[in-house]
Design a protein around this ligand. Sequence first.
Ligand code: PHE
Length: 332
Amino acid sequence: MFMDNNVLKAIESAQTTQELEDIRIKAFGKKGSITELFALLKTFDESTKKIKARELNILKATIEKALQAKKDILSTQELAQKLKDEKIDMSLFKPNIKGSHHPVMLTLEHIINYFISMNFTLRRGPLIEDDFHNFQALNIAENHPARDMQDTFYFQDGKVLRTHTSPVQIRTMEQEAPPIRMICPGAVFRCDYDLTHTPMFHQVEGLVVDKEGKVSFANLKYILEDFLRFVFGEVKVRFRSSFFPFTEPSAEVDMSCIFCDAHGCRVCSHTGWLEVLGCGVVDENVFKAVNYQNVSGYAFGLGVERFAMLMYGVNDLRSFFESDLRVLEQFS
Ligand code: PHE
C-alpha cells in the first residue's frame, strides 16, 4: 500500500498558505510525488493495477482533504493577521494642524459684513454664463472692442466662464422687480497669469436700483467711501472718470496709499493712490435689456484678492493659491 506520511507531516507543520501551496505542487504537480506514483501504475499487471489504483486514489483523497483542512485554518489566521496589520489607527490623524480660513475668504467675509450692515442682500449666479448675460445685456455687443478688456475662456458652444460678476446684475433684474439692493460675491475667470492676475479670482458686485431719481451718483459715492474707510481706516477716496459699457458715467475709485500714507512707494507706483474699485450709474441700455422702466441705479465691482493683498500686505497674488501652509498658516 502506498503511504506518503511525509506529505501528511509536511501539511501538518506548514505555517503559511504559500508553504501549503508548495507542498501541493510537490505532490500533485507535473513531477509531483503522487503524480509519479500514478505514472507507476502502468508497470503493474492488470489485477494488481486495479488494487494499487484504489489505494492510490484513497491516498490522493486523504492528502487533498488534509490540504483543504489546513488551508482553511491558515487562511483564517492570515486574514485575521492582515486585518490586524492593516487596521487604520485613526488616532494617528488627530489633526496637529489646526485648519483656518483662507485669507481671501476672510477678506470676503469682512466685505460682506459691511454691505449686510447697510441693508444689501446676497445674490448668486452661475459660473458658466451665456453670451447674453456676460456681455450683450451689459451693453457689450458682439465685436465691440470692450470685449478685449476681458480675456475670456470660451466653451465650444459659445458659453463662457463668467469674466465678472456683472451678469448677476442682469439675472437679478430678470427675476425681481425694483427696488433692488444686492451684492453678489463669487469666482470669476480670465485668461491671465502674473504677479497680480490669476485665471480664477473673486469679485463682489453691487447693484442698487430704485424709482427714477431716487438713486444717484451721490449715493454711490457715499456708500463706497464709507465702505473703504470701514475696511482700511481713514483713507482719502477719489473718483476718477473711466469707462465701462454698462455704466454711464463710470468711474474708477482710488484710495490714498495705506503703505506710505500717500507719500509714494512701490505698491502705489509712487503715485500715492491705489486703484480699488470700478463703478458707475447703470446705463440705460442695461435697463432696456431687462425691460426695466422709469428707474435709476448704480453698480460697482471690486476684486476680493486685490483687497486681501492690500489688507494683509501680500505682494504676489499667486501665493494665495499655491496652498503653501507656511503662507496660509499666518492667517489662522
Ligand atoms: N465688471 C467690471 C469689471 O469686472 C467692474 C464693474 C462692475 C464696473 C460694476 C462698474 C460697475 O471690470
